[in-house]
Design a binder for this molecule. Sequence first.
Ligand code: ADE
Ligand code: ZN
Length: 349
Amino acid sequence: MPIDFDAIPRDRLPALLRTMPKAELHLHIEGSLEPELIFRLAERNRVDLPYASVEALRAAYAFTDLQSFLDIYYAGASVLLKEADFFDMAWAYFERAAADNIVHAEIFFDPQTHTARGVPMEAVIKGLDHACQRAHSEFGISAKLILCFLRHLSEDEALATLAEAMPWRQHFIGVGLDSGERGNPPEKFARVFAKAREAGLHVVAHAGEEGPPEYIRSALDVLKVERIDHGVRCVEDADLVARLARERMPLTVCPLSNVKLCVFPTLADHNLPALLQAGLCVTINSDDPAYFGGYLNQNFVETFAALPALGPRDAYRLAANSFEASFASDADKARWRAALDAAFGATAS
Ligand code: ADE
Ligand code: ZN
């Protein structure tokens, strides 16, 4: 039976957003490091922090743009030294993901942030992989890793990082591109992305967060990405929007992140309704939830509260898009879609 979206009263929307099954496709695991855990790990590893307390660190989370955030984000990650630290960080995320009814997560990690400090690649990947395995056995969450290259560094460094990670190839499903976007266009990483594709890895890239629509085009044409992370600036180029819709190219949008990093002044100004209206395969994600004021359900609930144009039909569409845009098997996608239908069917009846 088709779902009667109009029969769902608006006041049931927050509960529905929270309980519906969903996938998270844009989450930097280092961005899930809460100040309390940063301080606990700093003490455990005897790392000096330039902040006196959890409160002082939190008070520094007033960002003016992407770079002002990245400076603090890389400082926070400096407490991660041992395999157990990576496990503890990821496990804390999975406990929150389970509470948010996330059934599938594709998680970014930034190995260069750690290997540059002398942390072995093995400790990073094994710690994260252990948490992914346990998330599956304990919560039934299917969890996969995507290795991101830092775009403010050189392509040669990215190539060396990929080579260093290849002994653990079976523990990650793809590569991505993150860090400071301005002045670091996707084409700078053409060779390393070609190598990753040859190795059978999935490929995604941040583009059109702060960077221009041309960066989205070169991520598609040069890197041959399968998803665009953020991509909200695509609306500045109508031909590009038409292409993204035609190709059903997913955009992993992160509303709370976009407001915290001043991409939009407020959530009410976010272009998510326009992106949906244009027929794009948009998803909602949390990006760096410990820094941006909320995990995935918080992103859903606050975004829908701020944008009255969004209703139950959009909630369903966004969750369905998250499964469609994932790198999961068709069988898993069909199973999650059926669970989504059941959640909406129960609410509409
Ligand atoms: N690394 C962590 N969060 C990021 C973001 N929003 N954009 C680029 N790089 C990031
Ligand atoms: Zn991101």
